[in-house]
Design a binder for this molecule. Structure first.
Ligand code: FAD
Ligand code: MG
Length: 340
């Protein structure tokens, strides 16, 4: 994509962000401007797909969690573990950041797995095989740092499991001993256990209610692994913010480097708007270009959780309007009934 094209795409986003009430601190402004400079002078190539992107395959992995295979060859060829894409379903659609859950480069397939959290992900989930998504940009963000650490624990919570999967696979391929811990509220919500097992030396499944696997939280399992004398050299964790906070708190006394993948509210995802700013080690960072992975021992998780709640009333209202429209048959990607 040309520099001019990138600017044409980003300018409205920058204005949108400036006008929003979220644009309220000098730290955010500075972070946005400095990363904008870095972006313009960097050699990174973004694939902005203005072409419609086709959904080749759709699966329901567990209630409210869907897996799409997308026809997106350029992104599939380039994406690395830990990176993400941003998509918009239609012209009025919000931008939805989603982690690259997998790629099948030789078939040009990009895999996303998402939880229907609100209006935009519900709309996305209502699309059917053969439907198209208006635009898709990626791969974005810094890839995970993969090397031979020794023994690595990979932790996925809920929909964080598909997100940690490519990271665990890359760590295994790099020669690490991979111990994976995946946690869910109950057995009906378990997903990708077979895939995680295939890239792990050991897989521990935890459910909050004990309906499958071991009863307890992923942090209990992590503590058990450390306390049984396993020399853990590195931890990667993806999941709800509270889970990543507790994992980081658990590993801190043992001084085990812990990487978490942050999911703040994100708008342009290229470093221009500053909406996804997070605080790491007392510094303002932008999750989109500096992350999304950060040192869990330095992240201000409480600030992140507070900022994720900023627009709750608007999100609730938007979902209610969407559900009302669905009842009168106005949704499903505009194509009538859809089975899943
Ligand atoms: P809403 O009702 O609008 O919001 C529900 C909650 O989601 C909000 O309270 C807020 O906390 C959060 N949210 C809302 N808008 C955004 C936004 N633009 N960006 C981030 N969070 C938002 N989810 C997945 O299920 N699978 C993934 O692989 C995945 N990867 C992500 C990677 C990154 C880098 C980021 C930043 C987020 C990722 N998310 C992922 C979260 C996903 O983007 C949000 O759940 C989604 O945007 C919510 O939109 P909504 O309109 O459906 O829900
Ligand atoms: Mg939304």
């Amino acid at each position: 994509m040309t520099l001019l094209g990138l600017l044409v795409y980003l300018l409205p986003l920058r204005l949108e962000a400036s006008l929003s009430s979220d644009w309220d601190t000098r730290a955010g402004l500075w972070a946005g401007l400095s990363s904008c400079g870095r972006l313009l002078f960097s050699r990174q190539q973004y694939h902005l797909r203005r072409l419609l992107t086709k959904i080749l395959k759709k699966q329901v992995l567990s209630p409210g969690i869907k897996r799409f295979e997308l026809d997106a060859a350029e992104i599939a060829r380039k994406a690395l573990p830990g990176q993400f894409v941003v998509l918009r379903v239609n012209e009025e659609g919000e931008r939805i950041p989603l982690t690259v859950a997998d790629t099948i480069p030789d078939r040009g397939i990009l895999v996303i797995v998402f939880q229907e959290a609100g209006k935009s992900t519900r709309l996305l989930g209502s699309l059917c095989e053969g439907d198209t998504i208006l635009d898709l940009i990626g791969p974005l963000g810094r890839p995970s740092h993969i090397e031979k650490f020794g023994t690595v624990v990979c932790i996925g919570g809920g929909v964080g499991t598909p997100e940690i999967f490519p990271v665990a696979r890359a760590l295994k391929q790099a020669g690490n001993k991979v111990i994976s811990i995946i946690g869910f509220r109950n057995k009906d919500l378990i997903l990708m256990a077979d895939e995680m097992e295939s890239v792990s030396d050991e897989l521990i499944v935890a459910t909050d209610d004990g309906s499958n696997g071991t009863k307890g939280f992923v942090t209990d399992m992590l503590k058990q692994v450390i306390d049984r004398g396993e020399k853990v050299d590195h931890i990667f964790a993806v999941g709800p913010v509270i889970m990543m906070k507790m994992v980081s708190k658990t590993s801190e006394p043992y001084k085990i480097p812990t990487v978490v993948s942050l999911n703040p509210i994100m708008l342009d995802a290229t470093g221009m708007c500053g909406v996804c700013r997070v605080e790491v080690g007392g510094e303002t960072k932008l999750a989109c270009v500096d992350g999304p992975e950060f040192d869990g021992h330095k992240v201000d998780f409480d600030l992140l959780m507070a900022r994720l709640r900023t627009y709750l009333p608007e999100e609730k209202q938007s979902l209610e309007l969407f559900e009302a429209a669905q009842k009168i048959g106005g949704c499903c990607g505009g194509k009538g009934a859809c089975h899943a």
